[in-house]
Ligand binder design. Sequence first.
Ligand SMILES: Nc1nc2c(ncn2[C@@H]2O[C@H](COP(=O)(O)OP(=O)(O)O)[C@@H](O)[C@H]2O)c(=O)[nH]1
Ligand SMILES: [Mg+2]
Length: 320
Amino acid sequence: MKSLLQKMFSGDRTALARLITHVENRSPEMPEVMAALEGRLGKAQVIGITGPPGAGKSTLVDRLIAQYRKQGEKVGVIAVDPSSPFSGGALLGDRIRMMNHTEDADVFIRSLGSRGAHGGISRATRDIVRLFDAFGMDVILVETVGVGQTELDVLEVAHTTVVVLTPESGDTIQTLKAGLLEAADIFVVNKADREGAHRIHNELLAMIEMGQSSGINSSEWKTPVLQVQANKGVGIDELTKVIDQHHQVSLSSEVHQLKQKRIREEEFYELALEILKDRLFETFASHPSLRQLQEEVKKGNKNPFEAALEVKRQLKLVVS
Ligand SMILES: Nc1nc2c(ncn2[C@@H]2O[C@H](COP(=O)(O)OP(=O)(O)O)[C@@H](O)[C@H]2O)c(=O)[nH]1
Ligand SMILES: [Mg+2]
């Protein structure tokens, strides 16, 4: 694992790919690997792209990759779709849409399907973002479909979240998941070539006026609405400028700092809890009395609550 890390630090893409696989599989060495990244983190700008299926997220990501590459930046992409199996439709389609960049050594694209579900998809995303950051990516794009809370949780890692809608979303804006609208630091109305783009644009503006604000205090940032045509590359230049403006605001924002603190704390507890959990299972395995208890619960001879209380009583003696 050490040599794999060294290789990755020296720019070896194969080593990076293998470490990502270790993250996905939650190898037992992961905490050590993550700890070894310290001092190399915090340089990358992380951008979340979300929205309903078919909104044009992948097409937009492809354009953003091209734009950032033009600026000489190294780009990492994580395409998250927990609902589809690893080799399944959507992810395959996404990869094809981003195919333009597969030959570029400064672009690294990774799709995360149900395989990333070991320990949670948002956790895998977070750790892959770290690997990308330590590898030296300047920009990291995270594409996730905005259909459920699990998918939206993935965006916690992003400095800036772009919510992509289309004129077709116009009829349904009331029915869109509230969390999706609230996640937006920037709204993009994609497929601006289609009828109804202005209508949804205005609806979004009205909604923002009514006080729907982003994670950052609305006095510091007012969620803008941009019209783009991802398939033609129209409006991408402007979008990257607005993303950068938001990034600057977010870095100095107090709300952002508080959010980071909360995330760090949560992660710490999550990791500590995992250690305790492992410890508990080990303890069960090595203590016949606890194993016996487990069997009794399984057979239905003892109710789980009673058994848990007994574990609590015994815990002081066995976990130390
Ligand atoms: N008319 C039009 N179609 C677009 C535009 N951007 C993307 N599309 C098409 O929308 C479809 C879905 O795009 P995709 O990027 O896969 O959406 P995703 O599911 O959000 O990732 C594809 O057929 C794209 O070619 C646009 O600006 N205008
Ligand atoms: Mg997609």
